[in-house]
Design a protein around this ligand. Sequence first.
Ligand code: AHN
Ligand code: ZN
Length: 336
Amino acid sequence: MKTCATIITRSSIFIFLLIIIACNNTNQPSEKTNEEKKAKIPVPSFNADSAYTFVKQQVDFGPRVCNTPAHEKCAGFLAEKLRSYGAKVAVQEGLVAAYNGTQLRIKNIIASYKPSAMSRVLILSHWDSRPYADHDPDPKNHDKPIDGANDGASGVGVILEIARQVSISSPTIGVDLLLVDAEDYGPPQDQMKNEDTSDWWGLGTQYWAKQQHAAGYSARYGILLDMVGAPNATFLMEAVSMNFAPSVVKNIWSAGNNIGYSDYFIFEQGGAITDDHLFINKILNLPTIDIIHLDRTSQTGFYPYWHTVKDDIQSIDKNTLKAVGQTLLTVIYREQ
Ligand code: AHN
Ligand code: ZN
C-alpha cells in the first residue's frame, strides 16, 4: 500500500529529474553538441606518399633560385599542377630588388577554390630556395645554392597534397593556396650583420601583401608552413604568431594534439621569426600564423640542416608531412 510519504518522495524525485533534464538542455551542452557535430565532419586522409613525391619533384628541378632556369621551370610545374586539381590559378609576376641590388624576377602563384565564397582560409609557403648555404659547417659551401627540400619544398608539397584532396571532396569554406617567391634571398650571414635586415626576407610576400591577386581580398586567417618535413620536427608556438593571432595558433595546436600529433605540435612559446607571416600581419592586417620547425637545442634555433647543403631530399620524413597535412585538413574541413 502506498503511503502519502512515498507518493511525495516519488513525485519529488520526478520533478528533480525534470529539472536536471531541463538544465542540461539549456546551458553548455548546446556548445558541446556543436563540438560533437564538428568532430563528426569527415576529414579526408592526407596522403604523405603523395606529398613526398611533390617535394621530390620540386627538388629534382635543382635549386629554385630566382633568375635561374630551374626556378622558371618549377614555377610552370606548380601552376600546372594546381590547375590540374581544378583550382582557379593566378600567377603574379613582378620585379623586386634584392639586398645587393639584383633585380629578381618573381612569381607568386595563387590557387583558389570557391573563389566567390566569403568565408575563406589562406595557406601559404615559399617555393623559392636559398642561393647560399651560408650556415653550412664547411665554409666552401657558403656560396652554393641549397636544394631546400625542407626549407621551401616541404611546405609546398603539403599544400599540393591539400589541393589534390580539395579537388576530390570540397570543404565548406573557400581555400586559397599561396606559393610565394623570393622568401629566402636575404643577405648572407656574414653581411650587414649590424643592420636590421628583416625587410630583405619575404620579398614575394611583401609584394603580394601590397597588391593581392584579387581586389579586396580577405580571409578569416592565414597559415604559413615553413620547414615542415624534417624528422621529429617540433613546432613551438612562434612569437609573432602568438602576438597577432593567438586563437588561431591554439586552435591548430589543439587539432593536432587531438588527432595524435602532440610530439609535433608543442604547447610552448618559441621565439619571434621574421617570416612571410610577419608581412601579411603587418601590411594586410590578416591574422596569420607560422607552423615552423623551431629547435631549442640546435645552434641556429632551426632544424640542424637549415641553410646547409644537407637540406636535401634525404632529410625529408613522411611522418612529419603527415602530421602537418592531416592537422591542416582537420582544421579546414571542420571550418563552417
Ligand atoms: C631569418 O633568418 C631572418 N628568417 C628565417 C626565415 C626563413 C628563412 N625561413 C626559411 N628560411
Ligand atoms: Zn631559408
